[in-house]
Ligand binder design. Sequence first.
Ligand code: HEC
Ligand code: HEC
Ligand code: HEC
Ligand code: HEC
Length: 323
Amino acid sequence: MKQRSLFLKLLFLNFLLLAGIIGLSGWVASADANPFNKGAKLCEECHEAEFKIWKNTKHFESFRTVHREPKDKSKPSPKKILEAVEGEKRMKRNKACSLCHYTLEQKDADDKPDAGSGTSCESCHGPSSEWLEIHDNYGGKDVKRDQESADHKVKRIADSKAKGLIWPSMKYEVAENCMVCHGLAHPELTADELAKMLGAGHPINPDFELVKYSQGSVRHRYYPPNIKENAEMTPAELSREYVVGQAAALVSATNAMSKSEDPKYKAAQEQRVANAKAGLSGVPEAAGLLAAPTRENALKFAADIAGKDLSGVVKLPAKSDYK
Ligand code: HEC
Ligand code: HEC
Ligand code: HEC
Ligand code: HEC
């Protein structure tokens, strides 16, 4: 009898210990919980100029328009596309559509995410819940930008990157992120699901090219010291943007192509591969990437061309074609 109660006691202690460990790991995990979107409204407070630009883009406007059935029957029908996928039959409530068309926002971690706007700041710069407080903190409440120590700056940039901020300086990662949506290649959807959408009339644009699509309505480049000027890129900057965009398209399309047997989806991705290869032809630094289009090689390529002027090597799109 005595032995049994000792056994039970030990069992109980074990249970407490285990519960403690699980509880603790749960707590550690939740401190690093899935980052979520806080919404563009919050960014406006400090990034007014960027917000104004965004409000004049299709990414913003689309929130009010894209779910509506077009009168012109030759245009893509949201209803038909929704029929091809699982889940809710209303676009703003369908998980698949939300991944690319909307920003699912939450006030805090326990909040139910809700489509608050179209594609927005956090779609391109990363969900901000974990990096927001870090990215603009120069080392304490009273420390101003020009008082920040060099060490602190390095740490601030690295820490917010680790928490999911895609800094504008991370050229390849920024471009790669456009391709997730514009290449119809979202990692949270299977190639089969994406192919079904395509089959139901969802558009894909193999001519999505980074300079053309980022330097028109979307462009916001208010960098110090001229923070009031939305600066245009120099030809050298444009040439790097162009090849980095092609590198990201090449990797995205090569991966997408290998995942599907659907003829239409495969053909669209093949076209993206062909366009990207044409865009990179004649760029000496791209040889390794063209031979083996992996993400690793693309990142290496982006590092190799940093600071170079390739405007004599690539054919840039005409300004009048910017979107
Ligand atoms: C309380 C003010 C504040 C809020 C709110 C805020 N930011 Fe910032 N943000 C700043 C400051 C200040 C900087 C400049 C940091 C630096 O000097 O590197 C910055 C920098 C950035 C940068 C990098 C700019 C560069 O030059 O590389 C991005 C991107 C950015 N913020 C996005 C956002 C987004 C998206 C939101 C909303 C989710 C947001 N910020 C909310 C103050 C803010
Ligand atoms: C992988 C990202 C992605 C997903 C998922 C996605 N879309 Fe799209 N959708 C896009 C992009 C990018 C465009 C713009 C394509 C273009 O015109 O080049 C677009 C365009 C559209 C258009 C045409 C809009 C117009 O202006 O003509 C409709 C309609 C549409 N999507 C419906 C849906 C529906 C319904 C779902 C959910 C079942 C969905 N999409 C899921 C990325 C996506
Ligand atoms: C379609 C993707 C996209 C969206 C949406 C977007 N950005 Fe950006 N953002 C970029 C890119 C690309 C750059 C890099 C610009 C460059 O350096 O050429 C950038 C640069 C920036 C910068 C640094 C340049 C500057 O203007 O100071 C800030 C800050 C910034 N974004 C904040 C925001 C905020 C705030 C929003 C929402 C109101 C937003 N972005 C929406 C893609 C986007
Ligand atoms: C989260 C998904 C997503 C990301 C990331 C994204 N976009 Fe988009 N973008 C869309 C969707 C969806 C549309 C189409 C909206 C519609 O037609 O209603 C669109 C439309 C556009 C348009 C308007 C095209 C036209 O024909 O008028 C431009 C320009 C654009 N995106 C540029 C960019 C660039 C550049 C980047 C990266 C810096 C980017 N987008 C990142 C989802 C995204």
